[in-house]
Write a protein that binds this ligand. Sequence first.
Ligand code: HEC
Length: 150
Amino acid sequence: MHRALVTAAAVVVLGLGTVLAACGSDGGSAAPAAPLSAAGQNGRQVAKEQGCISCHTADGEKGTGPTWQGLAGSTVTLEDGTEVTADDAYLRDAIVRSRGQVVEGYPNIMPVYEGELSEAELDDLIAYLHDLAPADAGSKEPDGEGAGGS
Ligand code: HEC
C-alpha cells in the first residue's frame, strides 16, 4: 500500500520536474555562452521589446535574418558582393537604416528602426551584439583612449 503511494508521488514529482524543465527552455532564449554586460542585458531586453528576436537569434541558428552570434567584428558579405567589417558603425546602420545595406542571401525585409530607437537603446543593442561575439572582445573601445590630448 505505502509502497504504491510513494511510487505514485515519485511519478508526480518527476512529471512536474519535466514540465518545469520544458518551461524553462521554452520561456527565454537559451543561456548565452558568454555572460552579458549590464549594457548587454539592457540590449537583450530592447531586442525582445522591439521584436528583433522574432527574426534574429543569439545562438547561431539562422532565422528570418542572420544570427547575432559572432556577428560583431566579423566580415559580412552584402548583396552586391561588397565585404564589410561589422564594426559599430556598420551595426548601427544595419539597425536604423536597414534598407541601405542588405546581407547577401537574405530578403530586404528588416523594418527600418530610424526614429524608433533612442540612442541609449541603440548603444545597448550594440553592446549586446558585442557580448554575443566574445572573440571580438579585443576590438571594444579601449578605455583610456588619449585622443583628446590635453
Ligand atoms: C521582420 C524580420 C526582422 C526584424 C523584426 C528585425 N530584423 Fe534585423 N535583419 C532582418 C533581415 C532579413 C536581415 C538581413 C537583410 C538585411 O541586411 O537587411 C537583417 C539584418 C540585420 C543586421 C545585420 C546583420 C548582419 O549579419 O550583418 C542587424 C545588426 C540587425 N538586423 C539588427 C536588428 C535589430 C537590432 C532589430 C530590432 C531593433 C532587428 N534587426 C529586427 C530581419 C529582421
